[in-house]
Design a protein around this ligand. Structure first.
Ligand code: 6PG
Length: 248
């Protein structure tokens, strides 16, 4: 599936576009199957999206039918500043009427191996046979300056069969021990939305979107849903090094 690249004026415009996609996919999925399965990402980029969903977009979603998962998590306690669950809880989940039983967090505090094993059981409960995991209605992903996505880092194994794996990787000052879903899960989703902002990511984004396929060096290239939409939301500064043919 050819990715759709949307160049947004700025971070606010990008976050509102991401929120529009959330409500559209939520309403469509709830109409079709009476539930909406979404996987969130961590990091700084989704923060404004979470704020918007908790406020401006709050009334547009039937939160009782929404199930929240994470594409990856850092192995720290939920109250740690490095916890992606903690971040989403404080900015979004504690401000919307979503049942606690619909929030499926990775218990990072029990360590990568145990947390990965435990989360694979949670995924199985929502499995879409013949898959051993859910076919997510929507997955949000970010991209690091090094081309990583979720916690799939450069140099890591490209062809992974398991739906979820423990990872240890060093990126900026962030927790190294992590758990991540794999391309097997992301590429079975109905829609995957990347959110990429900032000048620091422009060089790598141009490599990921325009250059030759090098999934070992650019893990973000491993994401390409087999039977789903792939949308890249990028702001103008992150898009500054994209070749004209992609920008037009
Ligand atoms: C994580 C993320 C990770 C993130 C990128 C971009 O939990 O660390 O899932 O893949 O999306 O590192 O992070 P920023 O949005 O902060 O640039």
């Amino acid at each position: 599936m050819k990715p759709e690249i949307r160049i947004c004026m700025d971070e606010e415009n990008l976050s509102r576009t991401a929120a529009d996609l959330f409500t559209e996919q939520a309403n469509r999925s709830i109409m079709e199957s009476d539930r909406f399965l979404v996987a969130l990402n961590g990091g700084n980029t989704p923060m404004r999206l979470f704020q918007l969903l908790a406020a401006d977009y709050r009334e547009q979603v039937d939160w009782a039918k929404v199930h929240i998962f994470w594409g990856d998590e850092r192995c720290v306690p939920a109250d740690d500043a490095g916890s992606s669950y903690g971040q989403a809880r404080d900015v979004l989940l504690s401000h919307v009427p979503i049942p606690a039983s619909n929030i499926h967090r990775v218990r990072g505090e029990i360590g990568p191996a145990e947390a990965a094993k435990e989360y694979s059981l949670a995924l199985k409960r929502f499995a879409s046979p013949p898959l051993d995991w859910p076919r997510f209605d929507l997955v949000y992903l970010g991209m690091g300056e090094d081309g990583h996505t979720a916690s799939l880092f450069p140099g890591s194994l490209v062809d992974v069969r398991e739906p979820i794996i423990p990872v240890t990787a060093h990126y900026q000052d962030r927790p190294a021990n992590r758990v991540t879903l794999t391309p097997a899960v992301f590429n079975s989703a109905r829609m995957v939305v990347f959110m990429v902002t900032g000048e620091k990511k422009a060089f790598t984004l141009a490599k990921v979107l325009s250059d030759r396929y090098n999934p070992a060096q650019y893990p973000a290239q491993r994401i390409n849903p087999k039977d789903g939409d792939l949308i890249w939301l990028v702001d103008k500064v992150a898009a500054s090094q994209l070749p004209r043919k992609i920008k037009s």
